[in-house]
Design a protein around this ligand. Structure first.
Ligand code: ADP
Length: 205
């Protein structure tokens, strides 16, 4: 088994890269998808969130109203810290449990962690490296406007709340440059996959 983390700003192309690595044989651990699972009705994470933020964060059908939580934490760093204190340990524990299930196999695990740079990355035992998908923020803005229902100003506001390009690059063991075409990105992913498998085949590991 070999584990790498994958991160990048919103619109950098992380999901695109993750899917391309899965096509090459990686097993994906998607932190956002795990958070969404942990926030389903009846799960302890959602119950803790309701205990802290109140029942107004729930829709009539008992599911989380994401926009209601976002509105609270956007305005208030203390509330954001409270949310993170509920969600982060649970998502870390769940990801660790999934890694343990794959221990001893020859899987290549890619953990897509959008806010790795923001959440205080730990060089946990077993982590072989961090891949950063790097993009000029204005390129990310253009792609977000084209691909999602965001205006340029909304996309810029979201980017401004994330770590800077330099902060993220400082974490990187491998950088995927996604400023070019989709074809150029595929070539970068090929190089990245070679790098990952060279780590696995290295006799020192
Ligand atoms: P993230 O998961 O980092 O937010 P995505 O993988 O969803 O980013 O990519 C953001 C948008 O940009 C998507 O619509 C995706 O299809 C598009 N995209 C990604 N890479 C490229 C590229 N090299 N050229 C053009 N569009 C791209």
């Amino acid at each position: 088994m070999i584990e790498v983390d994958l991160t990048g700003c919103i619109g950098s192309g992380k999901s695109t890269v993750a899917a391309a690595l899965v096509r090459r044989g990686a097993v994906l651990l998607d932190a956002d998808a795990i958070v969404a699972e942990l926030q389903q009705p009846g799960r302890p994470v959602l119950e803790e969130m309701v205990a802290h933020f109140g029942p107004s964060i729930l829709r009539a059908d008992g599911h989380l109203a994401r926009a209601a939580v976002a509105a609270v934490v956007f305005e208030d760093p203390g509330e954001l810290a409270a949310l993170n204190a509920i969600v982060h340990p649970a998502v870390r524990a769940e990801m660790a449990a999934r890694r343990r299930e794959l221990a001893g196999s020859d899987a290549v695990i890619v953990a897509d962690i959008p806010l790795l740079a923001e959440s205080g990355p730990e060089r946990r035992e077993g982590l072989a490296g961090i891949i950063v998908v790097d993009v000029d923020p204005e390129v990310a803005v253009q792609r977000l406007v084209a691909g999602r229902d965001l205006t340029a100003d909304e996309a810029r506001a979201r980017l401004a709340r994330q770590a800077t390009r330099a902060e993220r690059l400082a974490l990187a063991d491998f950088v995927i440059d996604n400023n070019g075409t989709p074809e150029a990105l595929e070539e970068q992913v090929d190089r990245c996959w070679q790098w990952i498998t060279s780590l696995r085949d290295s006799p020192t590991r």
